[in-house]
Every structure is written in C-alpha cells, then in structure tokens.
Design a protein around this ligand. Sequence first.
Ligand code: CO8
Length: 257
Amino acid sequence: MGIRLERPEPGIAVVTLDRQESLNALSLAVFDELEAIFGELAQDAALRAVILTGAGKAFVAGADIKEMAAFNPAQARSFARRGQSVLALIENFPRPVIAAVNGFALGGGCELAMACDFRIASDKAKAGQPEVNLGVLPGFAGTQRLSRLVGRARAKYLLFTGEVIGAARALELGLFDEVVAPENLLPRCLEIARTIATKAPLAVSYCKQAVNVGVEATLAQGQDYEAELFAQTFATHDQKEGMTAFIEKRPAAFLGQ
Ligand code: CO8
C-alpha cells in the first residue's frame, strides 16, 4: 500500500497512488498519506507543478468500499469530512496540480480528479459517480464539483444513473480536458508541467487562487480579489524581471518572489 512521490525533473513532482490490490481505493490511511505528501510538497520552494496519477489500471476506483461497508452514520460523516478536507487541500494547493487520469476514475476517484486543476486522461480512462449502485451518494464533494464542472443537468444525469463514461464522452462533457494515448499520458503531463515551470511562479499561483475564489463569489467580489492580487505582483521581483525582459527582448529569469 502506498503513495509514491517522485521528482523526475527539477520543480516537478509526480504523486502516484499505488495500492493496486484495491484499484487505489481511498481509505483513511490513504488520506493521511496524501495529506502528509502534499504538506511536504508545500514546503518545497522550488516546486512548480504536481502531477497526480494512479498505478496500474485505475486512477482511483473510489472510496474503499471494504473499509466503508460497516460504517455507522457518524463514521460516514467523519469519513466524508476527512475526504473533503484533503481534496480541498489539493484544490487549494499553492502550485498547479494536474490529474493524469490513467484508468478508472470512479466515485471518490472522480472526485479526487475533479479537485485537481485540470484533467489529462488516457483514452483508456473511464469516469463516473456510481455511488447510487451502492446505496450512497458521493461524499467527497462530487455532487458539488461535478455540477460546477459539467453543469447541473449533466451532473444529475451522471449521478442518478451511475453511468461510467469513456474518455471521449468525458472530454465532450468537460470532465476531462484532454485525451491522449496511454503511452503519451505522463509525457504530455510533464510537458504541461514544464511549460508552467517556465512562468512566474507567484503569478501562476495567484491565477489559481483568483479562479478558485472567484468561481464561488460574485463577479464584483472576484474582480476585487483579482485586483488585489494583481497589485501584489507589482511588489515582486518577477514582475520587474518579466516586464524588463520583454522590453529588452530576452527570456525572463524568474525567482518566484
Ligand atoms: N474499494 C475497495 N476495493 C475495491 C474498489 C473500491 N472502491 N474497487 C475495486 N476494488 C477491489 C475489488 O474488490 C477487487 O478486489 P478482490 O480482488 O479482493 O476482489 C480488486 O479491487 C480488483 O477489482 P475488480 O476485480 O472488480 O476489477 P475489474 O477490472 O473487474 O472491475 C471496476 C473494475 C469496474 C472499477 C470495479 O472494481 C468496480 O466497480 N469498483 C467499484 C467502483 C465504485 O463503485 N466506486 C465508488 C465507490 S463509493 C465512493 O467512492 C463514495 C465516495 C464518497 C464516500 C463518502 C464517505 C462516506
């Protein structure tokens, strides 16, 4: 059981859920480990982007049904809250988190993928919220993020039917953002991470914050927040460097400050 943390290139971390005997199902222990890994990554000033993926044929096949089966309502509530808080940590992680959806992203797995900034998927990947087959509903904010991502009617269709959809349909719905051949999945995610790594890190982080805050706020509140972050970038080295480099027609050397 475990989660692997690798650093294939400077500034890029790959976090791989590797608990293949249960198709990488999310248990309380997995949430503890995810929280610890993202906590460690948050301390890394040189980090520019994270790729989150699964080992084997699944990204994540859901919450651990074997662990959940005997829960009482209080335990279920506490498990849902635990999952929600770890997914919120990923959603608000100060660096971009790209989901590399290699296979099944079902139930809690789809919820985890939706907590990432965007989803690049293998053409073999499948997604869905099949909780109604088990007599429950999503508990890690799936009803909330899915409706925000694909619209409320399409979310309701997927939630009510529990239908597991292929990568092409997930792409059409906007649940996946790009679909590639399986062998191109990690290379493509690394390519995106590498591109992000060349940009001003604080500006990227502020873009993420502004979108995350803004989509839950009114347009006026979102604009206020954006203007504040925009102002703050003018107190950074990287704003001066980025604009000077443009004027001097040379590549910028960003420091992340
Ligand atoms: N939890 C625990 N074990 C699992 C899970 C899971 N979610 N998914 C698969 N496994 C296990 C199987 O039991 C099997 O173990 P064993 O060999 O010991 O029998 C092993 O993984 C391999 O699985 P399969 O043999 O079933 O593999 P297949 O390729 O035949 O099928 C599927 C793959 C279609 C993905 C199938 O495994 C499946 O349907 N899995 C369950 C999918 C699902 O229903 N997910 C939703 C779970 S509920 C959820 O996520 C709710 C989240 C909110 C919770 C809120 C807290 C209260």
